[in-house]
Design a protein around this ligand. Structure first.
Ligand SMILES: C[C@H](N)C(=O)N[C@@H](CCCCN)C(=O)O
Length: 362
C-alpha cells in the first residue's frame, strides 16, 4: 500500500507540474504513474479488508470503503472549480499556472493518503506480531500461473463485475449531456442529478453492507442490485419520469451490488491468492471500462442516447445472466457462496471446535 500510495502521489505531482510548465506530455506521464498506483492501491485495500475482517463485518467494511471513495469523488467534483476560481483571484501568471497550483493542492490529499498507508502498515505489522499471524508458508507459494486453476465461479464474478460497472461508470461520465438534452435541465441541475448515484451510495453502501453481513446470501443481493439497475436504466431510457427517481434508485442498487460483490472473491480463492484474484478482477473491469467508454462515445455520436441506454441494458443483462449462472454453479457445488449469515456462523464455530480438538490431540 505504501509503494502504491507513493506512485499515486508522484503521479499527481507530475500531473500538476505538467500543468505548471504547460507540458501536456508531462501531464500524461503523471496520469500514467497515478493509474499504476491507484488501481493497485484498490487491490491492496481489498486484500487488507479481507485479511482484517473475513468472517466478521466484511460486507460493511467494503461498504464503508465505497462510501469514503464516493465522498472523495463528490467533494472533488464540487470543490475543484471553486478552488480554481479562488486561485485565479490571486492573479498568478496565466491560466495553466493557476491550474498547476490547484492540482498541486490536490496532491496534498495524496500525501495524506500516503500517511494513512504508513499508519496502516504499522498497525498491520503490529497485529501480525500480537496475533502471531503466519506469513505465507512454502507450500502456499503464490504463482501467477495459479490463475489457470481459478474456478469457474471466479470468472463468472469477473463477468458480473465488468458487465455491471461498464453500465454505471461510463453512463455517469456521459450523463450530464443526457439530462440536459432529454429533460432540458440547466448544466448545474443536470450535474446534481448526475452526482446522485455517488451521493446516495456514500450514505447507503455501509448500511447495505451491514444488512448483507446480517443476512448473508451475497449472490441474491448481487442479483437484486443488477435487476434494480436494469429497472433504473429502463426508466431513464423509455420514460420521461423525473430522472431524480431513476438516479436515486440506481444509487441504492449500486450500493447493494458493490457491497455484496467484492467480498465474494474471498470465499472463492485462498487468502494467499486474493491479491492476484482482485488484481485480475480489476484488470478485466478496467479493460471493459476503457473499451466501453470509447464505444459509448461512438454510439452517442452516431445513434444518440436511446440506443446508448439500450447498449447499457444489454451489458447489464450479461451481468445478470452471469449472476444467475454463478448462483446455479455454486448451488451445484454445495452453495458455499450464497450461505445465510446463520449458516456461515454455525460452520465457522464448528471449524473452530475441530481445530481446538486437533490442537488438544497434538
Ligand atoms: C474503480 C475501481 N476499479 C473499482 O472498481 N472500485 C469499486 C470498489 C472496489 C472495492 C472497494 N475497494 C467501486 O465501486 O468504486
Amino acid at each position: 500500500a505504501i509503494i502504491f500510495s507513493l506512485f499515486v502521489t508522484a503521479g499527481q505531482v507530475l500531473f500538476a507540474a505538467g500543468a505548471l510548465v504547460n507540458h501536456v506530455w508531462l501531464m500524461n506521464v503523471g496520469r500514467f504513474v497515478f493509474g499504476i498506483g491507484g488501481e493497485s492501491l484498490c487491490v491492496a485495500q481489498n486484500t487488507y479488508a479481507v485479511k482484517w475482517f473475513q468472517g466478521k463485518e466484511l460486507n460493511m467494511v467494503f461498504g464503508l470503503q465505497l462510501s469514503f471513495s464516493r465522498v472523495g469523488s463528490t467533494v472533488n467534483m464540487n470543490i475543484m472549480q471553486p478552488i480554481y476560481q479562488w486561485i485565479t483571484g490571486f492573479g498568478f501568471k496565466n491560466d495553466y499556472t493557476d491550474l498547476g497550483v490547484v492540482l498541486m493542492i490536490g496532491a496534498i490529499m495524496c500525501v495524506f493518503s500516503l500517511f494513512c498507508a504508513l499508519a496502516l502498515s504499522f498497525f498491520d505489522k503490529r497485529a501480525d506480531r500480537i496475533l502471531k499471524r503466519a506469513a505465507v508458508t512454502s507450500d502456499e507459494q503464490i504463482r501467477i500461473t495459479d490463475v489457470k486453476d481459478f474456478p469457474l465461479t471466479f470468472w463468472l464474478l469477473s463477468i458480473i463485475c465488468v458487465g455491471y460497472y461498464v453500465a454505471v461508470f461510463p453512463f455517469i461520465g456521459l450523463g450530464l449531456v443526457f439530462f440536459e438534452m432529454k429533460w432540458g435541465f440547466e448544466p448545474s441541475l443536470a450535474n446534481n442529478v448526475n452526482s446522485l448515484v455517488y451521493i446516495i451510495s456514500a450514505v447507503a453502501s455501509p448500511v447495505f453492507g451491514f444488512l448483507i453481513d446480517r443476512t448473508g446470501r451475497n449472490i441474491f443481493w448481487v442479483i437484486l442490485g443488477t435487476v434494480c439497475t436494469i429497472g433504473c436504466h429502463a426508466l431513464l431510457a423509455f420514460t420521461f419520469l423525473n430522472p431524480y427517481v431513476g438516479m436515486s434508485c440506481m444509487g441504492l442498487a449500486y450500493s447493494i451490488l458493490a457491497s455484496a460483490l467484492w467480498p465474494i472473491a474471498s470465499q472463492i480463492v485462498r487468502n494467499s491468492q486474493l491479491g492476484t484474484a482482485y488484481g485480475i478482477m480489476q484488470a478485466i473491469q478496467n479493460l471493459g471500462l476503457a473499451v466501453i467508454a470509447i464505444a459509448a462515445g461512438a454510439i452517442v455520436d452516431s445513434s444518440g442516447y436511446l440506443i446508448l441506454e439500450v447498449f447499457f441494458l444489454a451489458c447489464l443483462c450479461v451481468a445478470l445472466i452471469a449472476a444467475v449462472m454463478l448462483y446455479l454453479v455454486d448451488a451445484s457445488r454445495g452453495g458455499k457462496l450464497n450461505r445465510s449469515a446463520k449458516e456461515r456462523k454455525r460452520l465457522a464455530a464448528l471449524k473452530e471446535e475441530e481445530e481446538e480438538e486437533k490442537k488438544l490431540l497434538d
